[in-house]
Write a protein that binds this ligand. Structure first.
Ligand SMILES: Nc1ncnc2c1ncn2[C@@H]1O[C@H](COP(=O)(O)OP(=O)(O)OP(=O)(O)O)[C@@H](O)[C@H]1O
Ligand SMILES: [Mg+2]
Length: 670
């Protein structure tokens, strides 16, 4: 008997004949020529015939002990023949599971099978659900808790129990840049500075405090200004969508959630915000387990379907990664198992996932991959033989090629979970109402507004550049003046609105009201439209704050009464604050709150204009602006300077008297 044939035949009988016995057969074959194989050969022939008949090729068959464990996942198949059941050991689960297959192959269904088993075994889990798939499992797991992310009231800056506050803030300083995708070390370290400053100033911090600090920070250099702008805009947009969720003082403690069978719905979140939530939970778990010496057994399972949404391969090679070290996502793949935190991750394209995540997973479950690139990466990372790779192509929906590290690859068929997918938002809210109430009871600073205050916010939401006195007029539907004054005063006191004084029409400053981040996040949550403000605040970030935007808005309004005017209009290479055409005269207006002038660009605009009005915010700014502007040379004669806004607005009201005088004048100061 040919020895190769014996080895090949015994390989087919792995599920039935233990390894020791197979070795004994081979040994006796070699040593004594005793044909022990003959006795099992008919069985091997049957198995081979089944494989050929199935036309699917063959994965190597698993040893019987590889199939033993607590977590039932489905049946091991040989063609249409069921060889046995596959149960995963808890310990293997701790070491990580990755599932990769194209859309519609059954990843979500397989994860549900996992969850049914975890729930049967009372193992807590957290599913991060981007597609509202898992809420329906409540029909099969009655104690399942399903929370929309917006129902959470937690505090990102609260450390887990027994974790040092400083250490935790450093972790936050590390995870925020990853979630937000700062591709610059400078912004990251600027954030760290801000967190440290806040740490020294007060306890009970929230991200709202950090945002206020950043806003008030003096910008000393150009470089710092860039970091500042990036950080400020990230903080503000995140706080606007997730304000209460991540920045509730003394919020709901996350470790309580880790004891539940839990689904957190991240439906409709922007990628950066979803990443923030996921990395926050993961970092929290790591610090929590470590500080509380949780080790040596399985405590909790993280489940991330659509994993590519939180970790992508681009990260791996980015400058940021080189400069800042590993993200929590990578550390998770390596460190979590030590602390009894398991992970099940599913995604479509293996070639786009950070390789350490795949390398570090103990069990890999692979579906019918479509691209060559994916097949190659999968084959490498699973260490597949050629004939095993060929089986990939034959896998049907719900069938998988499964391999443990160092184990054999076999084919698994998972059961289809019959589930009605009809759980709507209202029913969910009703089912979860106790949880929602419990969590929001932690939000001690619940903002409750009177009818007048809400009305005031509604008016403010529509008229960003209306002065305080104009707002009082707009609110006259509310009755007596005292009531209107009181409503606005209370909004300021509650921190939803702040005042800013701007010199516009008169030598006494005009008062304006601006919603704070807290205010915007509240307005958004209560259905008040904030688009107008988002636009204003976005443009003020690029420019020079609210003052600048406010002055150019009013200049635009007044100029429109005299002719036609446009805000932020490009002339030559210059984006002019206001451009107007009045009686055929082309007029530009530039407002300087900071003395930052690009005179070269300005001169390209000057060539196309008849007249440029430069309005500085005060005499000091004017001196510096003028020095810069001098460099435009002979074009200077087209410029009229104002040392502050009030005289300019006075002239505007009078119809810009200089327009009616001679067109070309010597530069003059008014
Ligand atoms: N084990 C199975 N047996 C039979 N049919 C299945 C099985 N698993 C899934 N299916 C079928 O395939 C469909 C898609 O499954 P599922 O939603 O789990 O795929 P998916 O891989 O998560 O897809 P996507 O990447 O688009 O989320 C299911 O609606 C179901 O009809
Ligand atoms: Mg899915």
């Amino acid at each position: 008997m040919d020895l190769d044939e014996v080895i090949e035949g015994l390989e087919l009988l792995k599920p039935w004949i233990p390894e020791k016995a197979r070795k004994a057969i081979i040994a006796s074959q070699i040593l004594s020529g005793n044909d022990a194989y003959e006795r099992v050969r008919p069985l091997a022939d049957v198995v081979r015939a089944i494989i050929i008949a199935s036309g699917k090729g063959i994965a190597s068959l698993p040893e019987s002990e590889e199939l033993e464990g607590e977590i039932y996942l489905g049946d091991v198949m040989l063609g249409e023949l069921k060889l046995g059941e596959f149960r995963l050991k808890r310990d293997d689960l701790i070491k990580g599971v990755t599932i990769f297959a194209p859309s519609g192959h059954g990843k979500t269904n397989l994860i549900m099978q996992f969850l049914l088993e975890l729930s049967r075994l009372n193992i807590p889990f957290t599913v991060f659900d981007f597609k509202q798939d898992y809420r329906h499992l409540i029909r099969k797991i009655p104690n399942l808790v399903v929370l929309k992310v917006e129902w959470l009231r937690c505090n990102l800056l609260d450390p887990p129990p027994n974790v040092n506050r400083f250490e935790w803030l450093m972790e936050v300083a590390n995870l925020l840049p990853y979630s937000w995708g700062f591709f610059h070390w400078g912004t990251g370290s600027y954030l760290t500075d801000m967190l440290m400053e806040a740490f020294n100033q007060k306890e009970d911090l929230t991200l709202f405090d950090i945002y206020e600090l950043v806003k008030q920070d003096d910008i000393t250099s150009r470089r710092k200004a860039d970091w500042h702008d990036v950080l400020e805009s990230r903080l503000s947009s995140t706080l606007r969508t997730l304000g209460k969720v991540i920045a509730t003082k003394k919020g709901y403690p996350i470790y309580k959630l880790l004891k539940l069978p839990l689904v957190i719905e991240l439906y409709n979140l922007r990628e950066a915000d979803a990443k923030l939530i996921v990395s926050w939970f993961l970092a929290y778990e790591l610090h929590y387990r470590r500080a509380n010496r949780h080790r040596g057994k399985l405590y909790h399972v993280n489940v991330i379907d659509e994993y590519h949404r939180v970790v992508s391969r681009q990260h791996e090679w980015s400058e940021m990664t080189k400069e800042m070290g590993d993200s929590i996502i990578e550390r998770q793949a390596r460190e979590f198992r030590d602390f009894g935190e398991a992970g099940i991750y599913a995604f479509q394209e293996i070639s786009r996932i950070h390789h350490s995540v795949i390398e570090n997973s103990e069990l890999k479950i692979c579906g019918n991959l479509s691209s060559w690139e994916d097949i190659e990466v999968a084959a490498n990372s699973m260490n597949l033989k050629e004939e095993e790779v060929r089986t990939l192509d034959h896998l049907q929906v719900g069938e998988w090629l499964v391999k443990r590290r160092g184990g054999s690859a076999f084919i698994l068929r998972t059961p289809l979970i019959e589930l009605r997918k009809d759980l709507g938002d209202e029913e969910l809210q009703e089912l979860m109402k106790d949880w929602i109430a419990e969590i929001s009871s932690y939000d001690r600073e619940r903002i409750i507004l009177s009818e007048e205050e809400v009305a005031a916010l509604q008016v403010l939401s529509r008229y960003p550049f209306a002065s305080k006195s104009t707002l009082y007029e707009l609110l006259n539907g509310l009755g007596r003046l005292e009531r209107r004054v009181k409503a606005l005063r209370l909004l300021i006191k509650k921190g939803l609105v702040r005042e800013e004084k701007v010199f516009v029409y008169s030598t006494r400053p005009t008062e304006f009201l601006i919603p704070t981040e807290k205010g915007l996040s509240f307005m958004k949550a209560s259905g008040i439209e904030i688009k107008v403000w988002e636009k204003v605040l976005k443009s003020t970030k690029q420019g020079h704050g609210f003052k600048h935007a406010c002055i150019i808005y009013h200049a635009w309004r007044e100029l429109n009464k005299l002719g036609r005017a446009w805000m932020e209009h490009r002339v030559g290479e210059k984006q002019l604050d206001v451009f107007a055409v009045i009686n055929g005269i082309k007029l530009g207006v530039e407002v300087y709150v900071n003395p930052k002038v690009d005179w070269k660009k300005l001169s390209t605009a000057l060539r196309a204009l008849d007249l440029l009005v430069i309005v500085s915010y005060d005499a000091k700014v004017h001196e510096r602006v003028k020095n810069e502007v001098m460099q435009v040379g002979s074009l200077l004669e087209k410029i009229i300077f104002y040392t502050s806004p009030p005289p300019f607005f006075k002239d505007l009201k009078r119809g810009l008297p200089f327009l009616y005088q001679i067109r070309w004048k010597m530069p003059e100061i008014r």
